[in-house]
Write a protein that binds this ligand. Structure first.
Ligand SMILES: Nc1ncnc2c1ncn2[C@@H]1O[C@H](COP(=O)(O)OP(=O)(O)OP(=O)(O)O)[C@@H](O)[C@H]1O
Ligand SMILES: [Mg+2]
Length: 477
C-alpha cells in the first residue's frame, strides 16, 4: 500500500515536472534567442542524463615534456590485440630496419580487450593542437591520447592488475623485438673539437649466427644453451650467494671453428648487446677501467685473441719494472677488473675470451673461478657437417633418404682435420647440391692425402733423428 502510494505520488511529481518542463520549453522558444537557448538545453540535458556506469581513463602521450610510459606501453601492447570486426581503419607501417609490417590503431578507432573477465575498451584519439600563434608562427602538433573505458566497479582491478599487465607485456614484446647492438671502440664518436663524446660507437649486430645454424656437437650446444638460460634466471641466486651476477666463458680452438660465430649466437639468443674490446687500443689500466665502466647491463664483453695481446705477456716483470710503467695495461690490471671492479659495476654481464692457443695463456687467466666455462671448438664432425649441409644446401644427411654423397663425406670427415669454416666454404661454391657435395668430397680427399704426407714427413724426421742419435751414441761410446 505504502509502496503504491509512493510510486503514484512519484509518478504525479514526475508528470508535473515533465509538464512544467514542456511549459518552460515553449516559453523559452518564444522568449530566448537561439544560441542561448541551445546552450541552456545542453546544460539541462547534462543534468538530467542518468549517470554512466562506465569509467574512462585518459592516457596522454606526454606527461609535461616527458613521455608517458603508460601511453608507450599501451601503443606496443595494443598491436597484439586482435582487431575487432567493427574496425574500419588501421595504420600500417614498416621501416627498413623492421622485419615485419606493424599494424596500429587509427584515430577514433577502438579495440576491445578482456582481462580476468573484465571487459575493457581502448579508444585512440588524436587532436590537432596549435601553439596559439598566427601566420608563419602558427605551429600545430598532433596531441594523442588513449581512452580506456570499463565498468566502474573494476577500477581497482584495472589500476592494480591490468595496467601493470600492459606495462609488463609491452616490456616483453620490446625485448622480443630488440635489435642486438655491436659496440666497438673503433666506432667511438668525437665532437667538432675532437673531444671524445663516447668511448663506444654502435651498429646493429647483423651477424646471422644462431644456435640452430651453429655446427656444434648437440651435447655441447645443449650444455651452452642451458648454462646461459640458468645464468639469466638466477638473479636471486647470485644475490643470496653474495656473488656478482656475471659469467665468464673461454672459447678456444683453431681458426675457423666458430668462436666468433658462437659469440654472435649467444648474443642473438639472449638479446644481449656485444662490446667488442680490442685490448691493443687500450694503453693503461686506468683507460681499461674507464672504458669498461661505460658498458651497459645485459651485455657480452668480448676480448678476442687474448693470447695475442703482447702487453699482457709481460706480467712476469717484477713490481719494480711496473713502477716504471705506471700507466701500462697489464694482465693483472685486467684480472683485477674481472675479479673486482667489473663485478660490482653492473648486472647480468657475460665476458668472453677467445684464443687459438689455450696452452699459451697465462695460468692466472685459467685459474678456476675466473672463466666459469671453458669451451673447446674443434674440427668439423659428422653432426656438424649435417647442420652445415642443411644450412647451405637444404639437404638432410641423417634422414631416411640421404644424399648418396653424404655417407661418403661422413666417412671421410671424422678422420680429416677440416674446420666448419672450410666445409662451409666448399658448400657455398656451387648452387647445385650434387656439385657442392662432390667438391667437398674432393676437398676432403685432398686434405687426407696432405695430412698423410705431413705425418710421413714428421715420422720420417723422428726416425732420422733417432737414427742420428744412435749413430752419435755409437760414436761417443
Ligand atoms: N661451428 C660452426 N658452425 C657454423 N658455421 C661455422 C662454424 N665455424 C665456422 N663457421 C663458418 O666459418 C666462418 C668463420 O668462423 P668464425 O669466424 O666463427 O671462426 P673463429 O673460430 O672465430 O676463427 P678465428 O680464430 O680465426 O677468429 C663463419 O662465418 C661461419 O660461416
Ligand atoms: Mg674469431
Amino acid at each position: 500500500m505504502t509502496t503504491t502510494t509512493t510510486a503514484s505520488s512519484m509518478f504525479s511529481a514526475y508528470a508535473s515536472f515533465a509538464g512544467s518542463m514542456m511549459l518552460v520549453r515553449s516559453m523559452a522558444n518564444q522568449l530566448i534567442p537561439d544560441p542561448i537557448r541551445s546552450y541552456l538545453y545542453s546544460k539541462l540535458n547534462y543534468l538530467f542524463t542518468p549517470l554512466s556506469s562506465n569509467l574512462t581513463m585518459i592516457i596522454d602521450e606526454l606527461s609535461g615534456a616527458a613521455r608517458n610510459q603508460v601511453y608507450d606501453a599501451a601503443e606496443v601492447y595494443l598491436k597484439t590485440i586482435p582487431i575487432s570486426p567493427s574496425t574500419e581503419r588501421l595504420r600500417v607501417r614498416k621501416t627498413s630496419r623492421q622485419k615485419s609490417i606493424t599494424i596500429a590503431m587509427h584515430k577514433d578507432e577502438q579495440l576491445s580487450d578482456t582481462f580476468h573477465n573484465v571487459k575493457l575498451t581502448w579508444h585512440f584519439k588524436s587532436t590537432e593542437a596549435t601553439n596559439g600563434g598566427n601566420g608563419r608562427n602558427k605551429k600545430s602538433a598532433e596531441k594523442r591520447h588513449f581512452e580506456l573505458s570499463f565498468h566502474k566497479k573494476h577500477k581497482d582491478k584495472v589500476i592494480d592488475s591490468y595496467l601493470p599487465h600492459v606495462l609488463a607485456r609491452a616490456d616483453a614484446i620490446k625485448e622480443e623485438q630488440k635489435v642486438v647492438k655491436l659496440y666497438s671502440r673503433s666506432l667511438c664518436s668525437y665532437d667538432d673539437d675532437m673531444t671524445l663524446i663516447s668511448s663506444w660507437g654502435s651498429a646493429n649486430l647483423e651477424h646471422p649466427s644462431t644456435f640452430e645454424t651453429m655446427a656444434l656437437d648437440p651435447e655441447m650446444k645443449k650444455m651452452i644453451m642451458e648454462d646461459l638460460e640458468r645464468f639469466v634466471r638466477r638473479r636471486e641466486f647470485y644475490n643470496k650467494a653474495g656473488k656478482a651476477w656475471k659469467r665468464g666463458y673461454l672459447l678456444y680452438g683453431p681458426p675457423g671453428t666458430g668462436k666468433s660465430s658462437l659469440i654472435a649466437a649467444m648474443a642473438n639468443y639472449l638479446k644481449f648487446d656485444v662490446y667488442d674490446l680490442e685490448l691493443a687500443s687500450i694503453y693503461s689500466n686506468h683507460e681499461l677501467r674507464r672504458v669498461l665502466l661505460s658498458t651497459t647491463n645485459r651485455s657480452i664483453l668480448v676480448i678476442e685473441d687474448i693470447d695475442c695481446t703482447v702487453d699482457l705477456k709481460n706480467r712476469k716483470l717484477k713490481d719494480k719494472d711496473y713502477s716504471q710503467l705506471p700507466n701500462k695495461l697489464t694482465l693483472s690490471g685486467l684480472l683485477n677488473f674481472i675479479d673486482g671492479l667489473w663485478s660490482s659495476c653492473g648486472d647480468e654481464r657475460i665476458i668472453v675470451f677467445t684464443t687459438n692457443h689455450k696452452d699459451q695463456l697465462d695460468p692466472a687467466l685459467l685459474r678456476s673461478g675466473r672463466m666459469d666455462v671453458h669451451i673447446h671448438l674443434s674440427y668439423c664432425t659428422t653432426s656438424g657437417f649435417r647442420i652445415l649441409a642443411s644450412n647451405y644446401l637444404g639437404i638432410h644427411g641423417g634422414g631416411n633418404d640421404p644424399h648418396p654423397l653424404c655417407s661418403e663425406i661422413e666417412g671421410l670427415i671424422e678422420s680429416a682435420e677440416v674446420t666448419p669454416a672450410e666445409v662451409a666454404e666448399e658448400l657455398m661454391k656451387s648452387d647445385d647440391a650434387d656439385g657442392a657435395l662432390q667438391g667437398l668430397v674432393n676437398f676432403l680427399k685432398r686434405k687426407k692425402v696432405e695430412s698423410n704426407k705431413t705425418e710421413d714427413k714428421s715420422e720420417g724426421s723422428t726416425e732420422k733423428a733417432k737414427r742420428q742419435k744412435t749413430d752419435e751414441g755409437e760414436e761417443t761410446e
